[in-house]
Design a binder for this molecule. Structure first.
Ligand code: SF4
Ligand code: SF4
Length: 75
């Protein structure tokens, strides 16, 4: 199943807990910008659309900064 995630960068505290839990290795800390909290926010890097929408990253996030979207199954 295909999925994707968004990160609310205003909520992200840059703890990086979401990175090792992704079974696809799709999350990373953005090194090109800071958010208003002064940290590098997490971001999804998924050029091959490998995200399954498993929600492990969102479940791990202590700030509830990650929203997961999963493709709906079409009958
Ligand atoms: S939903 Fe799952 S596969 Fe997608 S980025 Fe999060 S942990 Fe990785
Ligand atoms: S777990 Fe949440 S707060 Fe921590 S880096 Fe990832 S998105 Fe940001």
């Amino acid at each position: 199943m295909h999925g994707t995630v968004t990160v609310d960068e205003t909520l992200c505290k840059g703890c990086a807990l979401c990175i090792p839990v992704c079974p696809k290795g799709l999350m990373r800390v953005a090194d090109d910008r800071f958010n208003a909290r002064g940290v590098h926010p997490a971001e999804l890097i998924d050029p091959a659309n490998a995200c399954t929408g498993c929600q492990l990253c969102a479940t791990m996030c202590p700030e509830a900064a990650i929203t997961v979207y999963r493709a709906a199954k079409v009958a």
